[in-house]
Ligand binder design. Structure first.
Ligand SMILES: Nc1ncnc2c1ncn2[C@@H]1O[C@H](COP(=O)(O)OP(=O)(O)OP(=O)(O)O)[C@@H](O)[C@H]1O
Ligand SMILES: [Mg+2]
Length: 317
């Protein structure tokens, strides 16, 4: 089989999608180079799944255009579907059927038959460690998720969409899934668009990140680039108790930026964190806010995320 090589596996321009009064996508632009793992991050309701649905031809945009693997999602949906694998946010497998039956049906949908189909199904069961003859409903959560991914890969797609592949998995199942995603990227040079709420996951797997908020891309770059954009240090104050006034207490401290309260954690950035700490503690004390501990760190992906999606993060928390 010959594969056409595209510079950009995904190109989306000006995507708009509304559901009643809700603007799920508000002019979303996204380019993903072939062979890249792109992590799409953003708070609940930001528009990640809507983006995945449009790029995988499951939903139509109100405006804008997109190509995937060189095919237009609106004009050539069948070609797009052959070129892609999709693992949705919700389960895609038939829980009443066995793992093997699920895979066979999937292969048949793509016109794979006979010995070739049997070979691919056996290979998939083996690689994903799935007992093929058990009904999928008897699988653990991690096994069901691996079956979803195996289904998405059976026809050997060029571009794989994974919408929250590890949500709800225990740490061991998550690590296994990470290993499989890394293998696909490394050995098969597959282009992967992955949505996730786990920043550690994005940091580990994605060579490119895009943060989406309110239907638009608000930040884009490698994990390293995004972290480097945040100059200075991050001050984390763990409060002794939840205190809504904590962020306001830091208003008068000079040299602080991006002050954010997230539960009991108060974060702020400072060009020189070491010098700012005494002033931060004094301001908290003057306002009757009790601090349990203070730490100083280089910016993490957490800080990047909060910087760009912080308001929405607080609003949805
Ligand atoms: N079928 C639908 N009908 C009505 N509203 C919808 C529909 N699908 C999505 N929305 C709304 O569009 C917005 C974007 O939803 P979307 O599912 O794309 O977010 P998301 O980033 O995937 O969120 P999550 O992290 O919770 O999965 C939300 O406000 C959501 O409620
Ligand atoms: Mg979603």
């Amino acid at each position: 089989m010959t594969r056409t090589v595209f510079e950009n596996a995904i190109e989306a321009t000006g995507l708009i999608k509304g559901y009643g009064d809700v603007k799920a996508l508000d002019g979303l632009d996204l380019t993903v180079e072939a062979g890249t793992v792109l992590g799409l991050l953003g708070p609940n309701g930001a528009g990640k799944s809507t983006t995945v649905k449009i790029l995988t031809t499951l939903s139509h945009p109100d405006a804008g255009s997109a190509t995937v693997a060189g095919h237009d999602v609106l004009a050539e949906p069948a070609k797009v579907r052959h070129a892609i694998g999709v693992v949705g946010q919700k389960h895609g497998c038939d829980l009443e059927a066995t793992g093997r039956e699920n895979l066979v049906l999937q292969g048949e949908l793509y016109g794979i038959t006979g010995a070739e189909l049997r070979r691919r199904v056996d290979e998939a069961l083996e690689r994903f460690g799935l007992p093929g003859d058990r009904q999928a409903k008897t699988y653990s959560g991690g096994m069901q998720r691996r079956l979803d991914v195996a289904l998405g890969l059976l026809h050997r797609p060029q571009v794989l969409f994974l919408d929250e592949p590890t949500t709800g998995l225990d740490p061991e199942a998550r690590a296994q899934m990470w290993g499989e995603i890394e293998r696909l990227a490394r050995d098969e040079r597959m282009t992967i668009l992955l949505t996730t709420h786990y920043l550690e996951e994005a940091d580990k797997l994605a060579s490119q990140l895009a943060i989406v908020d309110r239907g638009r891309i608000v930040a884009r770059g490698t994990p390293h680039e995004l972290k480097s954009e945040l100059e200075g240090d991050t001050i984390h104050v763990e409060l002794a108790e939840v205190d809504g006034g904590a962020a306001g207490a830091l208003e008068r401290v000079s040299g602080l930026a991006d002050v954010l309260l997230d539960g009991r954690t108060l974060r702020a950035r400072s060009r020189d964190g070491g010098a700012a700490i005494p002033a931060v503690l004094a301001a908290l004390e003057a306002n009757g806010v009790r601090a349990a501990s203070v730490t100083l760190a280089r910016p993490s992906l957490d800080d990047v995320y909060l910087r760009y999606a912080g308001r929405a993060f607080e609003a949805t928390a």
